[in-house]
Design a protein around this ligand. Structure first.
Ligand code: FES
Length: 352
């Protein structure tokens, strides 16, 4: 496709027809802040945090929802742009109860970061709500705190466009609009499958992983990348760890899941710290299962397999793999059976 150019903050930048101003800017290393924009979903242009000044345009334009055009002259941080962003952020802060001191999202909240960046004063327009903010805490995985919701709609697009679950939508009109599940029921009464994509999409503290509440601030946790052990898809995880304990799990933006997870991968990790979990091999000695080192266990298994192969032949030995390990480990298991033991007797628990 033919490239064409525009001027971005005084620099000439080439772009492909069809790209948005946001895409062109990011491609050129120019950062434009966003709130409602989310990767792999259609831009809605609803929050207006990404507005930029385009010479000749009647108003400021949302960079995420405006296509770049040849010879445009764009300013991404002019005084007019900064003032507009400050106003947008002030309005977002005015609707709700954004008390960062006690908010679970403190330190990873995108609204908080932008309010700091643009030095937004205490909202001049804040008014107390005419009724208490809706708060939902009747399931074991997700908390919904509408006092923090800024109606960016990212949770809805995460649910409907990324996961294609269609469990939530924007309901009601005007200042009464809110995120609804099955005609405004609680998650547990709706079609929600608790994949948690809405929690991962939320830029503030309106949707929270219930099991992570109060268990460590963002700056106290260490992210650890690993592979989900629940099935052969091999989803990539970012496990948040504090004091050698899992706090919560998010999907990593990598192949094959690109951030998405299922309910098990995101919320089903408590077995890791279960006190009855086996953490060392057990060998039966004098009729009793006894903890032993990996060296002793592997020497024992190797010796027994060797004896059995010599005595009965490789066709009398079979290997059983598991759906709870990675594809790579399953590959190694069948390779071991075929190349080392010398048999094709390999099976997998998924066929039970
Ligand atoms: Fe562009 Fe919200 S990020 S309008």
């Amino acid at each position: 496709m033919a490239e064409t150019t525009l001027t971005l903050n005084g620099q000439t930048v080439a772009f492909q027809p069809g790209q948005t101003i946001l895409e062109v800017a990011r491609g050129a290393g120019v950062e434009i802040p966003t709130l409602c924009w989310m990767k792999d979903t259609l831009p809605t242009g609803s929050c207006r945090v990404c507005v930029v000044e385009v010479e000749g345009a009647r108003t400021l334009l949302p960079a995420c929802a405006t296509q770049a055009a040849a010879n445009q002259v764009i300013m991404t941080e002019s005084p007019r742009v900064a003032a507009a962003r400050r106003m947008v952020l002030e309005l977002a802060l005015a609707s709700g109860n954004h008390n960062c001191l006690i908010c679970e999202a403190n330190g990873e909240c995108e609204l908080q970061a932008l309010a700091y960046r643009y030095q937004v004063p205490f909202p001049a327009f804040a008014t107390p709500p005419d009724q208490p903010y809706y708060f939902e805490d009747n399931n074991s995985m997700i908390v919904r705190d509408f006092s923090k919701c800024i109606m960016c709609g990212r949770c809805v697009r995460g649910c409907c466009e990324r996961q294609v679950n269609d469990a939530i939508a924007i309901g009601y009109r005007g200042s009464h609009n809110k995120i609804v599940a099955k005609a405004d029921k609680t998650y547990i009464e709706s079609d929600c499958v608790f994949c948690g994509e809405c929690v991962q999409s939320c830029p503030v503290g309106a949707l929270l992983d219930k099991n992570a509440l109060g268990r460590g601030r963002a700056w106290e946790r260490t992210p650890v990348r690993t592979t989900c052990p629940y099935c052969g898809v091999g989803c990539q995880l970012e496990v948040q760890v504090k004091d050698d304990r899992i706090v919560k799990i998010s999907g990593a933006d990598l192949e094959p899941n690109h951030g998405r997870l299922c309910v098990k991968g995101r919320f089903g990790w408590h077995y890791v710290h279960h006190p009855e979990r086996l953490t060392t091999p057990l060998l039966r000695k004098n009729g009793e299962l006894t903890p032993v080192s990996w060296e002793e266990a592997l020497d024992f298994v190797a010796g027994r397999l060797k004896d059995l192969k010599e005595k009965y032949g490789p066709e009398q030995i079979g290997g059983w793999c598991s759906a709870r390990i990675t594809n790579e480990e399953n590959y190694l298991m069948q390779k071991f059976m075929r190349a080392v033991i010398g048999t094709n007797h390999v099976d997998h628990c998924a066929r039970l």
